[in-house]
Design a protein around this ligand. Structure first.
Ligand code: CP
Ligand code: NVA
Length: 308
C-alpha cells in the first residue's frame, strides 16, 4: 500500500529516526561528491495554493539531486477544489507523475488529495501543520546536540501549524516541549491531545505558560515563527498589538541555557517576532535549519518512493 507524509503523528518514533538517519547520510553523500541518481525518471508534482521560497526550491532541488525532476504548479494554475474537484485532480495527476507535494490552506484538502491519489502525497504545509519543517528542525537540533532526547524545546508565539508539528516531533523523539503563547493563540486542543498521548509512551513532557521568561528558563532550543500566518492577513493589525511581549530578543535568549540555539522556520519578520541581533547572532541556526529542508525532504521522498 502507498504511504503519504501528511503528519508527524502518522509515523512511529523509529520510522522518523530512520528517516533522519537517512537524511544525515544523504547530506554527507551530497557534500562529498553528490547523491546517487536513485530517483531517475521519477517526477514530483508540486501543488501550491500559497507562496513559498524554501518549500518550492528545496523540493525541486531534492528531486534533481537524486536524478529525478519536479513540476511546479502555481496557485493560479490548477485551482485545486475550485476549477476542478480535489478527487479529480488527484486521479488525473496520479497518471502523470510519481509523487505529489501540496501546500494548501485547509488541512482537509491535503488529506483528500492523499485519499484519492494512488501515488504518495507529501504535505508541504497546511493551516494545521508543517511536518516537513519539523523534520528539518529535528535534523538541525540533532546536528547541534547529537540527539533530541531530554532536550527542552520552547516555542514562543502563536500556537500555529509550525508549532503543532514541532510539538509532535519533540514528543516522538523524547524532547520536552514548552509553548508560550498569548491568550487566544493557544494550540488546537486536538493537537495537544495527540501530543499528550505520544508523551505517555516516550516520557516527553509538555508545558504551557503565558510567561515567555518562564518558558525559556533552561531551554536548549528557542523557536519562533510569524505572528500572522498565510491566510490570516486580515488579523495582522490585531495580532501586532498582542504579540510584542513574545518577541525573541537578546534579553530573552540570555535567559535560556547558555548553549541554546534559536530556530525560526522563516520567512522572518525582523523586529517583530525576532530581532536582527538574534536572527544574525551566535545562537541563531536559522540558515542551516532552512538548508536542512533539502536534506530532510530527500529522506522523506526516498522513504516514500523506495521504502528505505
Ligand atoms: N519555512 C517554509 O516553509 O518556508 P516557505 O514558506 O518559503 O516554503
Ligand atoms: N506559520 C507560517 C509558516 C510559514 C512557513 C504560515 O503558515 O504562514
Amino acid at each position: 500500500m502507498k504511504r503519504d507524509f501528511i503528519a508527524i503523528t502518522d509515523y512511529s518514533s523509529s520510522d522518523l529516526q530512520n528517516m533522519l538517519d537517512l537524511a544525515i547520510d544523504l547530506k554527507k553523500e551530497w557534500k562529498t561528491g553528490g547523491n546517487q541518481p536513485i530517483l531517475k525518471n521519477k517526477v514530483m508534482s508540486m501543488i501550491f495554493q500559497k507562496p513559498s521560497l524554501r518549500t518550492r526550491v528545496s523540493f525541486d532541488m531534492a528531486m534533481r539531486h537524486l536524478g529525478g525532476d519536479a513540476l511546479y504548479l502555481s496557485p493560479s494554475e490548477i485551482g485545486l477544489g475550485k476549477r476542478e474537484s480535489i478527487a479529480d485532480v488527484a486521479r488525473v495527476i496520479s497518471g502523470y507523475v510519481d509523487i505529489i507535494m501540496a501546500r494548501v490552506f485547509d488541512h482537509e484538502h491535503v488529506v483528500e488529495l492523499a485519499k484519492w491519489a494512488n501515488i504518495p502525497v507529501i504535505n508541504g504545509l497546511s493551516d494545521y501543520n508543517h511536518p516537513c519543517q519539523a523534520m528539518a528542525d529535528a535534523l538541525t537540533i540533532i546536528e547541534n546536540f547529537g540527539s533530541m532526547k531530554g532536550l527542552n524545546v520552547t516555542f514562543i508565539g502563536d500556537g500555529n501549524n509550525v508549532a503543532v508539528s514541532l510539538l509532535h516531533i519533540c514528543m516522538k523523539l523524547g524532547a520536552n516541549f514548552t509553548l508560550s503563547a498569548p491568550e487566544g493563540y493557544d494550540m488546537l486542543p486536538q493537537a495537544v491531545e495527540l501530543g499528550q498521548k505520544i508523551a505517555l509512551e516516550t516520557g516527553s513532557k509538555i508545558h504551557f505558560t503565558r510567561d515567555p521568561h518562564e518558558a525559556v528558563k533552561n531551554a536548549h532550543v528557542i523557536y519562533t515563527d510569524t505572528w500572522t500566518s498565510m491566510g490570516q492577513e486580515e488579523e495582522a493589525k490585531k495580532r501586532e498589538a498582542v504579540f510584542p511581549p513574545y518577541q525573541v530578543n537578546e534579553k530573552l535568549v540570555n535567559e535560556a541555557d547558555k548553549d541554546a540555539i534559536v530556530l525560526h522556520c522563516l520567512p522572518a519578520h525582523r523586529d517583530q517576532e525576532i530581532t536582527n541581533a538574534v536572527a544574525d547572532g551566535s545562537h541563531s541556526r536559522l540558515f542551516p535549519q532552512a538548508h536542512n529542508r533539502l536534506h530532510a525532504q530527500k529522506a522523506i521522498i526516498v522513504n516514500l518512493l523506495k521504502g528505505i
